[in-house]
Ligand binder design. Structure first.
Ligand SMILES: Cc1cc2nc3c(=O)[nH]c(=O)nc-3n(C[C@H](O)[C@H](O)[C@H](O)COP(=O)(O)OP(=O)(O)OC[C@H]3O[C@@H](n4cnc5c(N)ncnc54)[C@H](O)[C@@H]3O)c2cc1C
Length: 420
């Protein structure tokens, strides 16, 4: 990298990527008295914040520190505990309230701005950064970095270069590449000989080639439990959240939350089992079916179960139980009743993959957490370098957890540099 005759900047702290993590860390370091320059590739800050939560921005969770950290699987849990203890979900809410963005609780442990506008969240973060003194350079795509003595040289498109003793890398991952996150950080990590866990799309809809599933497009089931079954028939994880049938497979939080495992082994023979009535024991459903069979007249099965099942879905369940059509309760024999209960408690859908990067809400994989100090986000063995946000090998489920992780890690990273 030849940096002679290049225009550019000097700063004490260079932050790469003005997303959720970068805006937060830059503001924190600048509030702590540092001269901070924030470089952003696209013409605006916080693109994913703006798009998040269906443009409402589910910015954190009602869960406790321990409950929230646990959702990042064991490696992530250990790593995140100090960050979440330092900035718990409630503290994120308080910070946004200080910045003029009051928040409110929504179902499924979510927290949204009371205004319902993600733009208010992004604007507040940018305002806080600018008022703390952060210089923000938009349309400044970083292309590489290297350390010369005590100083980092960060190469920026347009033959520009930025120098600083401290570099904070938070260019995000690779999900929704059209938003600006095209996985640029992975090359930089490799150029620094840092270990990379292969990135895969996560929080993404699952696909199936089973046409009976495609025929259920538009049907949502609000309170089921989805289990992911590996090729040996072992349930490796489960999630109780809404699920949505689509023209390509399964979507909704339940399906998306399981998707990381599928993405990590896309050629495996996965399937999921949907328990439509996770609160009901098999015996209870069996007794109910017997009771229904004894009712006078010809009651319609779908209306009499614990929650009304849409006709197309009930037909699919009955087909899986071996019926040609939806039976009247009185027509169901003992063996068939068993099959029907099994299908209600575990409708089986083969899974053939995910919808990939374009529809993934986050990236799983990234910088190996073992190389990062979870109390400061410093990269072990490399002076003046901190990495956090989605570039780390960290991903949580839907529900404000990923922003919580980005903010909490950024608070530690910026706080470590602060002179306060
Ligand atoms: C559609 C969608 C909805 C989501 N909804 C939610 C939600 O409601 N709640 C939640 O918790 N999470 C949600 N997420 C996930 C959340 O957006 C991410 O986890 C979070 O934004 C990660 O923060 P980050 O700062 O690491 O990365 P990002 O927010 O992606 O920011 C990275 C920034 O770096 C910039 N950049 C990239 N390369 C370069 C480069 N070469 N030079 C300079 N800058 C660069 C990018 O343009 C971007 O601005 C959603 C994601 C998507 C895609």
């Amino acid at each position: 990298m030849d940096t002679t005759n290049q225009s550019g900047w000097n700063a004490e702290v260079l932050v790469v990527g003005a997303g959720a993590a970068g805006l937060w860390a830059a503001a924190r370091a600048a509030r702590g008295g540092r001269d901070v320059l924030l470089l952003e590739k696209t013409p605006r800050t916080g693109t994913k914040v703006l798009a998040s939560g269906g443009t409402r921005c589910n910015l954190t969770t009602t869960l406790s520190v321990a409950e929230a950290a646990k959702l990042f699987r064991s490696k992530g849990e250990r790593f995140l505990r100090p960050a979440f203890q330092n900035l718990p979900p409630q503290a994120v809410r308080e910070r946004f309230a200080e910045w003029g963005v009051p928040t409110e609780v929504a179902p499924l442990e979510k927290i949204f701005p009371t205004s319902g506008r993600a733009k208010d969240v992004r604007d507040a973060m940018e305002r806080e950064a600018r008022s703390a003194g952060v210089r923000i350079e938009l349309d400044a795509a970083v292309t590489g970095l290297r350390r010369d003595g005590d100083v980092w040289s960060v190469q920026v498109e347009g033959d520009r270069v930025a120098h600083a003793p401290h570099v904070l890398l938070c260019p995000g991952g690779q999900s929704v590449p059209k938003s600006g996150t095209t996985g640029d950080g992975y090359g930089w990590l490799q150029s620094l000989d840092l270990p990379l866990i292969p990135p895969v799309p996560a929080l993404v809809p699952l696909t199936t080639e089973a046409s009976w599933v495609h025929a259920l497009t538009g049907i949502a089931w609000a309170d089921g439990e989805l289990r992911l079954i590996d090729p040996r028939g072992k349930a490796i994880t489960r999630r109780r959240r809404p699920v949505l049938f689509t023209h390509t497979g399964l979507s909704g939080p339940a399906a998306m939350d399981l998707s990381v495992h599928v993405a990590q082994a896309p050629d495996a023979a996965w399937f999921v089992r949907l328990d439509l009535f996770p609160d009901e024991e098999r015996d209870t459903l069996r007794d109910l079916l017997i009771e229904l069979g004894n009712l006078p007249g010809k009651p319609y099965l779908g209306r009499l179960l614990p929650a009304a099942i849409p006709k197309r879905l009930l037909a699919a369940i009955c087909a899986q139980a071996g019926f040609d059509e939806v039976p009247r309760p009185s027509e169901i024999g003992r063996a068939a009743r068993h099959e029907l209960v099994e299908a209600l408690k575990g409708l089986e859908v083969p899974i053939h993959g995910t919808r990939g990067w374009d529809l993934a809400e986050v990236t799983a994989g990234g910088l190996d957490l073992r190389r990062v100090d979870p109390r400061t986000m410093r990269v072990n063995g490399i002076e003046g370098l901190q990495v956090f946000g989605e570039l780390l090998d960290l991903d949580g489920p839907i529900g404000g957890l990923n922003f919580q992780a980005a903010f909490a890690c950024a608070e530690l990273a910026g706080g470590f540099l602060a002179n306060d």
